[in-house]
Each structure stands twice: as C-alpha cells, then as structure tokens.
Design a protein around this ligand. Sequence first.
Ligand code: NAP
Ligand code: GDD
Length: 325
Amino acid sequence: MAKTALITGILGQDGPYLAKLLLEKGYKVYGLIRRYSNPNFSNLDFLGITKKIELIDGDMSDESSLLHLIKRIMPDEVYNLAAQSFVGSSWQQAKLTTEINALGVLYMLNAIKLFSPTTKFYQASTSEMFGTSHDDGFQDENTIFHPRSPYGISKVYAYWMTVNFRESYDIFTCNGILFNHESPIRGIQFVTRKITDAVARIKMGLQDKLSLGNLDAKRDWGFAGDYVEAMHLMLQNEKPDDYVIGTGENHSVKEFVQLSFKYAGISDWEKYVVIDARFKRPAEVPNLKARATKAQKQLGWKAKTSFDELVKMMVEADLKRYQNK
Ligand code: NAP
Ligand code: GDD
C-alpha cells in the first residue's frame, strides 16, 4: 500500500517541492486548498505535478473542515505548511495571522488526536521565532525564542502546541525550525524573489528602479528543494523531535542584490536601487544563522545548494520567464 500524505499550503513555495519529492517516493499526495474563485496553480505547474495531486477544499481557520478531512482520509503523514507567511504583513493582519498560523495548528492537531492518532505531523516552524536571540551569532535548538513580529509570535504558539501534543498524547509530531529558503517559485513579495524578478525586468528594459528597505539584514538563505528533504526525513526518524535546518552561512540583503545584478550581467547595481522606508519593519530581525548540527548527525541532512548557486538559479529563472514572454 502506498503511503498517504496531506500537505497544507500546497500552492505555496514549499508545498510543490515537497509534493514532488513524495510523489517520487511513491506516496499518494493530498493537497489542501482554500476556496478561491481563481486558484493559482502556477507553482505546481512549474514543477509539472498539478494533475498528480488530489486537491481537497478546506481552510486552516475553519476547524470543522480539518476535522472532516482528517476523518475521511486518515493520512499517514501531515505536513502543515499553510500559513500567512509574510512577516511584513503580520503587523497589519495580526489577528488573521494568529488564526491561521497558531489556532490552525491547534485545530489540525485536535483533528489528528480525535480521528487519526497514528498520523505523523510536521509543523513548519521558523527561525523568525529566534528574533534577536542567538548564541555566539548562531541559532540552534537550544537558543531561546525572542520573536519580533506577530508572525513570529504566532509560530511560537504553534511550535509549543506541536511539542505539547507529543508530550501529552504521544502523537508523532515534529517541528522543523527552518531558516529562510528560496527558489524560482518563491512568492514575489519576499526579498530574494523581489530582487531577482526586478533585476530580470531591469535587464529586459521593463523597469528602471528596485525599491527596498533594510539592506543590512542578514539571512541564512538556502534552496527550498533541499529543505523539503529534511521535512520528510524528520517523519521517517524513529523518534519525533525538533530540528533546526539551515546552511550555517549568512549574507546581507545587499550581498543578494549585488550578486543578482552580477548574474544578470549588470555591473552598476547602485544606479538602480532606492531605499524606501515603506519596506522597513517596525521591529527587524537583524541576523539569522543556523547551527544545524543536530539535523546533520541525527537525520543525515545537509544543505547541498550554495548561496551563489541559489542566486544564479533564481536570476536565470526570472530572466527566462521574461525572455519567453
Ligand atoms: P507560502 O509560499 O507563503 O505558502 C503558504 C501557503 O499557505 C499558500 O499556498 C497559502 O494558500 C496557504 N494558506 C494560507 N492561509 C491558509 C489558510 N487559511 N488555509 C489553508 N491554506 C492557507 O509559504 P512557503 O514559503 O511555502 O512556506 C511554507 C511554510 O513554512 C509556511 O508555514 C511558512 O511560514 C514556513 N516557513 C517558511 C520559510 C521560508 O523561508 N520559506 C522558513 C521557515 C518557515 P494560498 O496559495 O491560497 O494563498
Ligand atoms: N520582503 C522584503 N521586501 N524584505 C525586505 C525588503 C523588501 O523590500 N528590503 C529589505 N528587506 C529585508 C527584511 O526587512 C528582512 O530583514 C529580510 O529582507 C528578509 O525579508 P523576507 O524575504 O520578507 O523574509 P523574512 O526573513 O522576513 O521571512 C521569511 O523567512 C522566515 C524564516 O526566517 C518568510 O519566508 C517567513 O515565512 C519565514 O518564517
């Protein structure tokens, strides 16, 4: 019998990469989508797997939809990737962010407890939970949380609820504390894709300025395709646990900009970049860098794609999109 997996957030960035990995491993994959008049399947299309996923209607903020679907499909594994995942919007939409990212996880865990307690559960936790906190410049599983946004706070609630269902009810639940990961199908609002898309448009003569906020923020950026492997490995491990996933290297937004222009063959990047206060945040997370040694030792996981390779991949994909248009 093929294993079954439910992926929430199937239309986002990570959902399609994870679905592709699971399909290659022979899984039957269900994808949760919220009702839209015109759903956007472009990320699944990009990976060529749209028709291979069984899509199910539901919403993380609607408990009854989750109860019904878990009762009906009783999947072997649930990967909870759905979220209001844009940090910048979470100050304006704090309640919605909390309902989806925090309460949604409680609803899903309750559904598993009631109707399918052997289902293994993966929670998409995040380095944003660390905020300004670090140990010698790194963050790992022992670093205390100091979230700096309503998004980070909602994810801390979900993190502890995931731990609590493991400790209280013996359900197989894991938190993957993932640092920033990107790809050619990254949402356009996130800084990396905003940059590579703008650089491609500038190269094609479709745009002449790139407006950004804080160029000094540093992130530990990896490739989403590598990170979904860690999600799967966590649920195949003998015991459930929580893992930091990242490359161990960080770079500033400015470095990302410089390299993107370089890969597009534009030398004078400063001519195109303007600082716009609208893209600065009320409270910034200045510096994230993972110490992912636990994942390396216990899961055998290590990031494969370098920073340079990631930037090049994203710039080339955006150039190709515009050239094809
Ligand atoms: P993403 O591209 O923003 O995708 C999130 C998905 O969640 C979207 O498909 C969205 O659906 C769905 N969603 C939002 N609200 C929902 C609701 N109420 N009910 C059902 N689905 C809903 O995010 P991602 O980059 O793939 O990240 C996946 C997860 O990992 C997120 O939980 C994120 O917070 C977390 N995370 C991401 C990173 C990263 O660097 N990418 C790092 C750490 C943790 P629509 O398509 O309908 O909008
Ligand atoms: N989005 C954006 N737009 N960010 C900008 C801009 C801009 O114009 N200019 C500077 N930045 C800075 C932000 O202030 C932040 O310090 C950094 O670029 C990265 O911003 P995002 O790409 O929006 O990602 P994030 O780090 O806030 O959040 C992402 O990673 C988290 C994991 O650490 C998201 O994917 C979250 O969902 C995820 O949990």
